[in-house]
Design a protein around this ligand. Structure first.
Ligand code: URP
Ligand code: ZN
Ligand code: ZN
Ligand code: ZN
Length: 511
């Protein structure tokens, strides 16, 4: 144990099997099917110093210091990357119950090895927000990156955005079009923000709901005497998500900058994205696990503790939306899967026991995402194993410009790897999960496919139900600006400018 002083969570007090030492650990994964987004192949994977050194068939076992893992009959895949989480977030008068440690334990047990969390500015100040999130992440047990929310606008914010991109490795900013009175931005701010994002090569993200109309809808429900969790869904119907999605898409088109729509929960929003994509616009749609597999009937459950678990925004929709979102994911209209992991326990949810407006918004999913997407999409034949890797890992790494260091099992990639046994089954619930929450929106859910091994930058952190986690071992991953999605924007701007001086040609192009 002497060599693992910091490993409070070592399975056997830091025995020889402990991979927590990280650097120097050598692992050979033999006999599995290695899946990358571009292909699946029978191959072995050799890892040294936290990095993938070789991927090819029949790598010979070297010396005794190499840990050999038999992956026969199993899938060896890049660890999941969750593009959307809220760990230790102050929100709606409380703080999410999972922090950067418990959230990471849950993630690693579920086969996710990196996530991107949203820094919330402090009184609109980005630098203070980043400082606060750095502290929150001090006990990180896996790699993470940051998006940053923009909640107010002035010259100082614009300057800070530049500093965030150029000095702090942040390449995406989120604008909340809902949460009136707290996080919500105006169209004016959104336009300024889109413009600034474009100039910095940073991706603009939106929470797309019409916040003014939501406030109105909430008042209507209260006036009708509907104060329970069902009032949450009734007060902010899909049309308000569709409207804001369409508006954000059009404003992004006007500025000519790429747009990322987070937590696409409805057919209404998805159709707006589909339409924009058909017209050639660069729009990315992110469904989340809850939206892909749940429906809103839970919100009518007479037990408040059960019903309130499902309160998130935009709301989980009535049956039908989830199937359409799954289809959109299989056909590429939606591109990558997040969770919006934002957990509150039943005591916190009870803040809204007599008024749905006070129920902290958010559901779990960080631990469940990889299993649920495998079971509901791959096991059912809706997507291929390569597409599974794409939507759970590779696409995120590409969009946020950290591929192929992340999101792939290639020579030189970080050794963030999972081994999934397609024959084993799982049952989910609060009694077995690793989140600190005492509830789980997937309580009792059963399915096929089990992540038996998780390797985080070369460390065996999860093996057959045993965790071996080193708090503080997670690294901050800097994400550079001008990812692939910006490639060509300058050319299309130049073509547009040229067209302004040639009205006749412009007319021809349109005809
Ligand atoms: O209900 C949700 N989604 N809570 C987290 C904050 C957000 O809007 O992403
Ligand atoms: Zn150790
Ligand atoms: Zn949101
Ligand atoms: Zn969120």
């Amino acid at each position: 144990a002497a060599s693992h002083p910091a490993h409070e969570f070592c399975a056997a007090g830091g025995d020889a099997g402990c991979g927590g030492g990280g650097d120097g650990a050598r692992i050979l994964i033999k006999g599995g099917t290695v899946v990358n987004a571009h292909r699946a192949e029978e191959a072995d994977v050799y890892i040294e110093d936290g990095v993938v050194v070789a991927v090819r068939p029949n790598i010979p076992v070297g010396d005794d210091n190499v840990r050999v893992i038999d992956a026969t009959g199993k899938y060896v895949m890049p660890g999941g990357i969750d593009p959307h989480t809220h760990l230790a977030m102050e929100f709606m008068g409380t703080v999410t119950i999972d922090d950067f440690f418990s959230g990471h334990v849950a993630a690693l047990a579920g086969g996710t090895t990196m996530h991107i969390d949203f820094v919330i500015p402090v009184n609109g100040n980005l630098t203070a927000g980043l400082e606060s999130y750095k502290q929150k992440a001090a006990n990180a047990a896996m790699d993470y990156g940051f998006h940053m929310a923009i909640t107010k606008w002035n010259d100082e914010v614009a300057r800070e955005m530049e500093v965030m991109v150029k000095e702090h490795g942040i390449n995406s900013f989120k604008f909340f079009m809902a949460y009136k009175g707290s996080l919500m931005v105006t169209d004016d701010l959104l336009l300024q923000g889109l413009q600034k994002c474009k100039s910095l090569g940073a991706l603009a993200m939106v929470h797309a709901e019409n916040g003014d109309a939501v406030a109105e809808g909430q008042q209507q429900m209260i006036d009708l005497g509907i104060t329970g969790p069902e009032g949450h869904a009734l007060s902010r119907p899909p049309i308000l998500e569709g409207e804001a999605t369409a508006r954000a898409i059009r404003l992004a088109k006007f500025i000519n900058t790429p747009l990322y729509v987070v937590h696409v929960m409805s057919v209404d929003a998805m159709e707006e994205i589909a339409k924009a994509k058909r017209e050639g616009q660069r729009v990315i749609g992110e469904p989340v696990v809850s939206g892909l597999v749940l429906d809103d009937s839970w919100l009518w459950n007479p037990d408040f503790t059960i019903a309130s678990k499902y309160v998130m925004s935009p709301p989980i929709r009535e049956a039908g939306h989830s199937k359409a979102l799954q289809a959109a994911l299989s056909s590429g209209i939606l591109q990558l899967v997040g969770t919006d992991h934002c957990t509150f326990n039943s005591t916190q949810k009870a803040f809204g026991s007599d008024d749905f407006r006070k129920i902290p918004n958010g559901v779990n999913g960080l631990e469940e995402r990889m299993h649920i997407i495998w079971d509901s999409m791959v096991e059912t034949g809706k997507i291929s194993v390569t597409d599974y890797v794409r939507v759970t890992s590779t696409e995120c790494a590409k969009i946020f410009n950290i591929y192929p260091r992340k999101g792939a099992i290639l020579e030189g990639s970080d050794a963030d790897i999972i081994i999934l046994n397609p024959e084993r089954s799982f049952v989910m619930g609060a009694h077995t999960h690793h989140s600190r929450s005492n509830t789980n929106v997937y309580e009792g859910r059963k399915g096929k496919g089990m992540v038996e091994v998780t390797i985080s930058r070369g460390r065996m952190v999860w093996e057959d139900g045993v965790l071996n986690i080193a708090p503080g071992s997670g690294r901050y991953v800097r994400m550079p600006p001008f990812g692939y999605i910006f490639d060509g924007i300058e050319k299309s701007d130049a073509a547009y400018r040229a067209s302004l001086r040639a009205p006749v040609q412009r007319g021809k192009a349109a005809a």
